[in-house]
Design a protein around this ligand. Structure first.
Ligand code: KG4
Ligand code: ZN
Length: 368
């Protein structure tokens, strides 16, 4: 249930809480009457070390770590911002999608703060927060095209307005960051694997192996990464034991395939965008994979060919953080959207409620 609160020209201060995966984060953000934003504090505690020896995020460990860490992180964020609870216009928490234990921790904490200080609560969709982040860092108007590629999501989304999103493409199997992490793991590179694969790829020969270019040339804008990942596994076991140069060549071949496929999928996504909504104001990239320099280069080319501008928020705002949750909360509040104490934590929560699994993939994980 949502209720009406403020009008949009009032400056506001919002506390944001993020606990959907393996970052425990809180931030205070100001949204001015003219729609511009300013980060007053942004505290992120990554749990990478807690999960490293398992080679991936362990949900139960993540939830427990959020319980241990969150109060201190919120306290730090408020102190860094120099803001007291009575000054807050609202408290926002990521209410999903994500690992449910962590989501419950963050949302419950936000509800407690909202209740004690009699402050409005805003239950934010984590994907919406990624989608709106560029409006915090630059004066970007709607509509724009978002490419979101993280450990849990790979989507192309038309961002039409706050609360108004149309999914143009999605992965039909693995998320892109997940594929990087799995390739790293099979090649015995440390976790998290994305940056390691990028590093190894820099010294490799991308042409040594001919890996498939998933979905190339298809008229839809969907992604597929599991077949490519399997192709890397097959080649790796064929030439095992692996020398460092083999690992570098496998990484380079994998990354080149991802790049080519991504460029093709995004070109289609931008075409679909233009057909439905006219020219986008920008192509925006977010999520951990957007930290990859080679992928950034490919996105630059795609944007130039589609005659639009590429915007990638600074790395600390591309990966999970509290400022993006606070900002999404402020953007929602500015159009009068707040939530009640009944707001539920959600493991799955589509950004585009009308999105359906791509044709032929009804049983896949598409729709994440
Ligand atoms: O957005 P993010 O920090 O967290 C979520 O998954 O929500 O993204 C993390 C993902 C991981 O899968 C990580 O391996 C990947 O982003 N990643 C990269 C790079 N840096 C992080 N993938 C490819 N190249 C990178 N440089
Ligand atoms: Zn995220």
């Amino acid at each position: 249930m949502q209720g009406l609160t403020l009008t949009n020209d009032k400056p506001m201060l919002v506390l944001g809480i993020e606990t959907t995966c393996d970052e425990t984060a809180a931030a205070v953000v100001e949204r001015r009457g003219d729609g511009s934003g300013r980060i007053l504090s942004n505290v992120v505690r990554s749990q990478t070390e807690e999960h490293a020896r398992f080679g991936g995020v362990v949900p139960e460990i993540a939830a427990r770590a959020h319980v241990d860490l969150l109060d201190g992180i919120v306290d730090r964020a408020m102190k860094d911002a120099g803001v007291s609870y009575v000054q807050l216009s609202a408290v926002a928490a990521a209410a999903g999608p994500g690992l449910i234990g962590g989501v419950i921790v963050g949302l419950t904490t936000a509800k407690a703060i909202a209740m004690v200080h009699d402050t409005p609560l805003i239950a934010v969709n984590h994907l919406e927060a990624h989608a709106l982040t560029p409006r915090l860092t630059c004066a970007l108007a709607f509509p724009y095209c978002l490419f979101l590629a993280s450990g849990g999501h790979t989507q192309i989304v038309a961002v039409i307005g706050v609360g108004n999103y149309v999914r143009l493409g999605t992965t039909v199997d693995d998320a892109m960051g997940e594929a990087f992490d799995k390739v790293a793991k099979m090649l015995s590179l440390p976790y998290p694997g994305g940056p390691q694969v990028e590093l190894a790829a820099a010294g490799g020969d991308a042409k040594r192996f001919s890996f498939p270019r998933p979905m190339l040339g298809r008229p839809d804008a969907n992604f597929s990464l599991s077949g490519l990942k399997t192709a890397v596994r097959n080649e790796a076991s064929r030439i095992t034991p692996l020398e460092p140069q083999d690992v570098a060549d496998l990484c380079a071949g994998f990354q080149a395939a991802v790049l080519e496929s991504t460029a093709d999928r995004l070109a289609v996504g931008l075409k679909l965008f233009r057909e439905q909504f006219g020219p986008p104001r920008a192509l925006v990239a977010a999520g951990g994979v957007a930290a990859n320099q080679a992928i950034r280069g490919a996105l630059q080319d795609v944007a130039a060919r589609a005659q639009t501008t590429l915007i990638i928020p600074p790395p600390a705002l591309c990966t999970d953080n509290g400022a993006m949750i606070a900002w999404a909360g402020a953007e929602r509040m500015a159009i009068g959207l707040t939530d009640t104490m009944e707001a539920a934590p959600r493991a799955r929560w589509l950004l585009d409620a009308n999105a359906r699994a791509p044709a032929g993939y009804a049983n896949s994980r598409a729709g994440y």
